[in-house]
Design a protein around this ligand. Structure first.
Ligand code: SF4
Ligand code: SF4
Length: 263
């Protein structure tokens, strides 16, 4: 009988003979597959508490392994290695090293929430995927995600000046994530942007006067000006400093919560 979810078994533990006849019966190939037993000792029985303490992971302990999340999963349909049921199973058993093996795909959840809608135990698997990706990042198993880098840049500007400058956020985000602004512009991004901003349809309709009147020159100049003379919210004063202290306090409280749950 074929083994379901064979991809989840360590290939070194699978024994299979391409040609085998036993008592005159041909059992070649998967008919003679055997799995070597294994003993896991490196588990952390309280690991699920760490995931519970992260946003989205609160209900991970409720899972009864029905598999509905994986069956309905958008990503599983594309790649059968993407298996929320299995990762929730590993979390509840505390097999952290097994989770780390899948660090390059866990973050690929597209947040469609099909799993969350179908789950009979309100585990909210989508949230668990986010909590696991967060944990992998916190533990240094995966590099900082692009969304974390974007959030940090956005927050930095808010705290420093009480407002953000879109152009500066995007430029710094591209720079910090190693993306070339020039390459993105050459891919047609800039042409599309200009077309949409410039009401090109007016030009096509021969309404040249209207087209010129609506050119977003002023907006472009404002953006360029703001990159040189960074605007601040009036009377911002020490507000950013106070907010920063508050954010740090919240971070410390969240880490303390994780540490308490894990012990
Ligand atoms: S649908 Fe819910 S209960 Fe079923 S395996 Fe997925 S998380 Fe667990
Ligand atoms: S939210 Fe993520 S885990 Fe859930 S079904 Fe969509 S891709 Fe799969």
């Amino acid at each position: 009988m074929p083994i379901h979810e064979k991809t989840l078994i360590d290939p070194n533990l699978l024994l299979q003979s391409d040609k085998l006849v036993v008592d005159g019966v041909d059992v070649s190939g998967h008919w003679n597959t055997m799995i070597l037993p294994r003993t896991m000792t490196d588990y952390d029985a309280d690991f699920y508490k760490t995931i519970q303490a992260l946003p989205g992971g609160e209900n991970v302990h409720r899972c009864w392994q029905c598999g509905s999340c994986t069956n309905s999963c958008t990503m599983y349909a594309i790649n059968t290695d993407f298996n929320p049921r299995y990762w929730i199973y590993l979390t509840n058993l505390g097999f952290k090293s097994e989770l780390v093996k899948d660090k390059d795909i866990i973050w690929q959840c597209v947040s469609c929430n099909k799993c969350t809608n179908i789950c009979p135990k309100d585990v909210r698997p989508e949230g668990v995927m986010k909590a696991l990706a967060h944990w992998l990042e916190m533990e240094g198993h995966t590099p900082k995600s692009k969304s974390s880098i974007f959030d940090e840049e956005f927050t930095r500007q808010c705290l420093e000046r009480g407002r953000i400058e879109d152009t500066e956020v995007m430029f710094n985000f591209f720079r910090q994530t190693g993306q070339s602004v020039g390459a993105m512009l050459r891919r047609g991004w800039l042409r599309l942007l200009i077309e949409r901003m410039n009401n090109v349809h007016l030009l096509r309709q021969g309404k040249i006067g209207k087209f010129i009147a609506r050119l977003p020159v002023t907006q472009g100049l404002k953006m360029g000006w703001a990159m040189v003379f960074r605007p601040r919210t009036r009377s911002w004063g020490r507000t950013g400093e106070v907010l920063r202290e508050y954010v740090e306090e919240q971070k410390r409280a969240a880490h303390a919560k994780i540490a308490t749950r894990a012990h």
